[in-house]
Design a protein around this ligand. Structure first.
Ligand SMILES: Cc1ncc(COP(=O)(O)O)c(C=O)c1O
Length: 401
């Protein structure tokens, strides 16, 4: 019988066994590029060179694969490096991707800007509309369906079991970016997805002190090859691996993911409820609110609603910009998922690359990454910033100073 089954126990122990040599409770950081051989190609513990394998990276990969219920995980230098490696492992020129239209702008830039010139086409779809997803599939060409849920920054909720059915009917893979939910709140592989990707920079690292990404695969084959083998080869041959220090930080963050997510959830829920009737706030986007169109679905496929809240302002872009520039605790920055609260004006920051396209983010929208600080302080900070937006009319004109 397995020694443990719970999420938090797995997070603390999977792949994180004490060092057998010294008994150190925390496995050491193997800061080495190469490993001594006892004879030509006689490897002491299977390690030859850290691009191929490194014990610190492997420990983190084991920990994450266990939490996502995957067969194997692969750690990369950033979320986009992970996405790039995955796509180049499974796609061929001439392939087509059905791409969730509401998602991280950098993913869109990767797929259009880097893969486009290599002959990979894509169609963007509304992630909440399964009929639109079905209509976008090109039989024989579509190799990947890619979706992010909750989405960034509109907090749309996609029906993962429905997306998986459509992907498999077309002989395609379903890839889910699980960065916003984290494995603590959502396990896409259990819902039928084939691959999960993460920016481990966000909730997994959890402290805004490391960049990283990961691919986690289910036990599936595609085009006659095991997914784990295809992605593992890409990681080794492409070489965009995460270094040992970064893997150590990500593994340490992952141990407290469950504790942090509980606090992110409760702070975000309380702030979303508090914000929705504030003057000047036109709409609060948060799947934990009963009026959110994806609320019932999120309640079914997630075990909490997460730490990201987006707001739209009646006073338009001017009010949203003034709000984003007026908080003092919420730091004006890109990124999310750390213990500290952040605020972002997405249309000109994280999503500037899709400005002017059909995927542009509304200019009256501000995204909050709600941290783990005390609710009373976060509320006071937002109340102060709301005061600064009071004078804007619906067309963004300042009515009085
Ligand atoms: C949902 C999501 N996926 C992927 C990425 C890309 O990750 P990274 O910045 O680590 O390359 C981000 C970054 O913001 C993100 O928010």
């Amino acid at each position: 019988m397995a020694l443990y089954a719970g999420f938090n126990t797995t997070a603390v122990h999977a792949g994180q066994e004490p060092d057998p040599l010294t008994g150190a409770v925390i496995p050491p950081i193997y800061q080495t590029s190469t490993f001594v051989q006892d004879g030509i190609n006689v490897l002491r513990a299977g390690h030859e060179y850290s691009r191929g394998s490194n014990p610190t990276r492997n420990g983190f990969e084991t920990q994450l694969a266990a939490l996502e219920h995957g067969t194997a995980a692969f750690a990369f230098a950033s979320g986009l490096a992970a996405e790039d490696a995955l796509l180049r492992a499974v796609l061929r020129p001439g392939d087509h991707i059905v791409l969730g239209g509401d998602g991280y702008g950098g993913t869109n830039r990767l797929i259009n800007g880097l893969l486009g010139p290599w002959g990979v086409a894509n169609t963007a779809v509304d992630i909440t509309d399964l009929a639109a997803v079905a209509a976008a599939v090109q039989p024989g060409n579509t190799a990947v369906l890619w979706v992010e849920t909750p989405s960034n920054p509109l907090l749309g909720i996609a029906d993962l079991a429905g997306w998986a059915k459509l992907a498999h009917a077309a002989g395609a893979l379903l890839v889910v970016d699980n960065t916003f939910a984290s494995p603590y709140l959502q396990r896409p592989l259990d819902l039928g997805a084939d691959v999960v990707v993460h920016s481990t920079t966000k909730y997994i690292g959890g402290h805004s002190d490391v960049l990283g990404g990961a691919v986690v695969v289910a036990d599936r084959s595609f085009r006659g090859r095991e997914l784990a083998e295809a992605v593992g080869y890409q990681q080794f041959a492409g070489g965009a691996v995460a270094g040992p220090q970064d893997c150590y930080l990500a593994a340490r963050g992952l141990k407290t993911l469950g504790l942090r997510m509980e606090r992110h959830n409760s702070n975000a829920q309380a702030l979303a409820e508090w914000l929705r009737d504030k003057p000047g706030v036109a709409e609060v986007l948060y799947p934990g609110l009963p009026e959110h169109p994806g609320h019932a679905l999120a309640a079914r496929q997630m075990s909490g609603f997460g730490g990201i809240v987006s707001l739209r302002f009646a006073g338009g872009a001017a009010a949203a910009r003034a709000f984003a520039e007026s908080t003092r605790l919420f730091a004006l920055s890109v990124s999310l998922g750390g213990v500290e609260s952040l605020i972002c004006y997405c249309s000109e920051m994280t999503h500037a690359s899709v400005r002017g396209t059909g995927l542009a983010v509304p200019v009256d929208l501000v995204r909050l990454s709600v941290g783990v600080e005390d609710l009373v302080d976060l509320q006071a900070d937002l109340a102060h910033a709301l005061e600064r937006t009071r004078g804007f009319s619906s067309n963004g004109v300042m009515l009085h100073a």
